[in-house]
Design a protein around this ligand. Structure first.
Ligand code: PEP
Length: 256
């Protein structure tokens, strides 16, 4: 499948920003900034507490709702956690899995990312699986090895049919929230290698259908060039998703 047959995806990750009071205003601004029929899929991944409000506001709009994590069990004695069926029940269609901040600060591993992803797709959610190397790994030339290992572990037990509910986000850790973006060529090289790894595991047709996003300081200035790369089918946006104008401009950058 050629790149232009894959519908791009622009997903915002609000991280731990905006409680329900502030979320309402930002959601209203996003609803004004994003066209009713964008050329790409648009998703906002909000803090858990904002989900009921966001589900209400985004109902019937062109913006899909996502969460930022889910547990791998459907229910049980896991104090402080939220399960994938709970997210589906409250109106989420997407969930971020294995974000580097979860791995870095909360002890999540390749293995638990795989378990969470499997739970997400089994609950009918679309999982956004994050992979990416840190600066030490990048300086040692280990980025392809690291990212493909995270990808393989994240997809453990995922069937070809379930893969249709997976988006992969290549997010070099050194580019997240730092203002330092991977060059379009650097990002495209890793995204190409990820697609190749999926082709080896699931076959070329499944790999050609997979949408691979880039994340790491993407903004309205650099989005167009990144989104033009052959194996980059969208973006996972942190900081710039907190401003409706910037996020809207990144959505517009998918037009070209
Ligand atoms: C992210 O949180 O996934 C991210 C890419 O953040 P930022 O755009 O702020 O680098």
């Amino acid at each position: 499948m050629e790149k232009n047959k894959r519908k791009p995806v622009i997903a915002g990750n609000w991280k731990m920003n905006n409680g329900p009071a502030a979320a309402g205003g930002l959601l209203d601004a996003l609803l004004s900034a994003i066209p009713a029929q964008p050329v790409c899929e648009v998703v906002v991944c909000v803090p858990f507490l904002d989900i009921p409000l966001a589900a209400e506001k985004l109902k019937g709009s062109s913006i899909a709702l996502g969460a930022q994590n889910c547990h791998f069990a459907a229910s049980g004695a896991y104090t402080g956690e939220i399960s994938a069926p709970m997210l589906a029940e409250t109106g989420c269609s997407h969930v971020i899995i294995g974000h580097s901040e979860r791995r870095q600060y909360f002890g999540e591993t390749d293995e638990t990312a795989g378990q969470r992803l499997k739970a997400a797709v089994e609950a009918g959610l679309t999982a956004i699986l994050c992979v990416g190397e840190n600066l030490t790994e990048r300086d040692a030339g280990q980025e392809l090895e690291k990212c493909t290992a995270q990808l393989t572990a994240g997809l453990a037990g995922v069937t070809e049919q379930e893969l249709e509910r997976v988006l992969v986000a290549y997010e070099p850790v050194w580019a997240i929230g730092t203002g330092r973006t991977a060059t379009a060529e650097e990002a495209a090289r890793v995204c190409g290698a990820l697609r190749q790894a999926v082709a080896e595991q699931y076959g070329a047709p499944a790999a050609q259908k997979l949408r691979i996003l880039y994340g790491g300081s993407m903004n309205e200035k650099n989005a167009r060039e990144l989104l033009a790369q052959p194996d980059i089918d969208g973006g996972l946006i942190g900081g710039a998703s907190l401003k409706a104008g910037s996020f809207g401009a990144i959505v517009d950058a998918c037009q070209d």
